[in-house]
Ligand binder design. Structure first.
Ligand SMILES: [Zn+2]
Length: 450
């Protein structure tokens, strides 16, 4: 007995206090929406996308096959959902023409991002949340616009998720605006995302976050033979690629190399995703994208928007960017039959929970400041109310400087809080929270005086 107790004590001592219990408190409205995501529906979206032969950016823009037909089909889906939105959702194809660029565009080509906008219901709330997948597909040769390129997983999975999110969320209303986009031209150089990110900048969208979904419906690797549909990766950059040179002094002085906007968003995605989706772990990958590879979130990161990539844990390269063929008994090609729709369902739910929680939440607290006048071992933070939304109160988040995500949440209904923890030893952030428990994105404080 003594020995058992001794062992137990050791256990207690060795479990870091950072593994404290977390309270799972779900907003029933969001749980309801999550429950409406349908595996059958996702499968039908993928089958629809695959039916156009190829969705290569340089393929036919007129006629029943090719990228043009796929875009019009996706627009049709969005228009169908718009009809159930009570006039709040609108759908369109944002088109433009590209000239040959000496790289992956070798002829003048009509481009198109297929977009559905679910307008927010609060006129004071200008926030926009964006969710994307790319509609184009490819085979082995990136310039091959003729061969069949099903692109079921890359990126039928992300596009189907976007379509499914539009289907479910169009029936609900949110204070903030949500934009669902099937982006063009990813494989030819992130062209549609470049266009959209620049448009958001030019038109001064109050874009608070982009969730980019690319390759997230298959659960197995071809070589390491790992099969697992309980983990998904979220890639985020620690710094923003935007004017890093000018910000370096601040980043160094405050020690913020791990707290850029996109990293902060990634931590949020993990917490909220795991709150609503059972049997799914969100693995935060602390880099902008996979090694030497890219995705549609990057043009947004480069323009100082918070943007992350959501992607499966183990890629299967026999089923990605491959000519359809069988070689030495291996069937190559990006077919729907190689996908795991339960996994795609969970990853779609991860998006929904986050978009809904963000769009229902109040805006971010304003002018979040860390009191820096006096040397003290306590930390005082103060802030102002957000520009929009009804606030129940605020969470002050805290974590060890070496810890990957927020560890403690202190609630207050005031516009400031003093904690007996030193700002030298912890990071802090503040988020606004609604009556239903929906949190805004956290804001890292700047030093100042009350
Ligand atoms: Zn892709």
């Amino acid at each position: 007995m003594k020995q058992v107790f001794f062992l137990f004590s050791i256990l207690l001592l060795t479990i870091p206090n950072t593994h404290a219990q977390t309270v799972v408190q779900r907003d029933p409205a969001i749980s309801q929406m999550v429950a409406e995501i349908s595996e059958d529906s996702l499968r039908a979206h993928i089958d629809g996308l695959v039916s156009f032969g190829t969705r290569h950016t340089l393929s036919a823009t007129t006629g029943p096959q090719g990228i043009g037909a796929a875009r019009r089909w996706t627009l049709g889906k969005f228009q169908q959902y718009a009809r159930q939105s009570g006039g709040r959702m609108t759908a369109t194809i944002d088109t433009w023409t590209l000239q040959p660029d000496g790289r992956r565009i070798d002829k003048p080509v009509e481009m198109g991002n297929v977009m559905a906008t679910l307008k927010g219901t609060d006129p004071a709330d200008t926030r926009v949340f964006l969710v994307s997948g790319h509609i184009d597909s490819r085979v082995t040769d990136v310039m091959n616009r003729e061969s069949k390129a099903p692109g079921a997983n890359d990126d039928g999975s992300g596009t189907a998720a976007v379509i499914e999110l539009a289907r479910v969320m169009s029936k609900y209303s949110f204070p903030a605006t949500i934009v669902f986009v099937a982006v063009s031209g990813e494989e030819q150089g992130l062209l549609g995302a470049e266009h959209l990110a620049q448009r958001a900048l030019d038109e001064k969208w109050n874009l608070e976050a982009l969730l980019n979904n690319d390759i997230m419906g298959s659960n197995n690797s071809h070589d390491t033979r790992i099969i697992n549909n309980t983990v998904v990766r979220v890639f985020s950059e620690g710094l923003s690629g935007f004017e890093t040179d000018k910000r370096a002094a601040n980043v160094r002085q405050y020690g913020l190399e791990n707290d850029g906007k996109s990293r902060t968003l990634a931590r949020y995605v993990k917490e909220v995703g795991e709150r609503y989706v059972d049997n799914l772990e969100v693995r935060l990958i602390y880099r902008n994208d996979r090694y030497l590879r890219g995705g549609d979130h990057t043009p947004f990161v480069n323009r100082d928007f918070a943007a992350v990539r959501i992607t499966e844990m183990n890629e299967n390269f026999e089923h990605q960017h491959q000519d359809l063929r069988t070689e030495k008994g291996v069937e190559y090609g990006d077919y729907a039959k190689f996908m795991d729709f339960e996994y795609l369902h969970k990853n779609t739910a991860l998006n929904l929970a986050n978009l809904a929680n963000l769009a229902k939440a109040p805006g971010q607290p304003q002018n979040v400041t860390m009191e820096a006048r006096n040397l003290t071992n306590a930390t005082s933070l103060f802030w102002q109310a957000p520009k929009s939304g009804k606030v129940k109160g605020y969470y002050v988040l805290m974590r060890e400087t070496h810890w990957p995500f927020w560890q403690k949440k202190f609630f207050t209904d005031k516009l400031g809080l003093t904690l007996p923890y030193s700002k030298d030893n912890y990071f802090f952030a503040v988020q606004a929270v609604s009556e239903d428990g929906n949190e805004s994105l956290p804001v890292l404080p700047r030093p100042g005086m009350r």
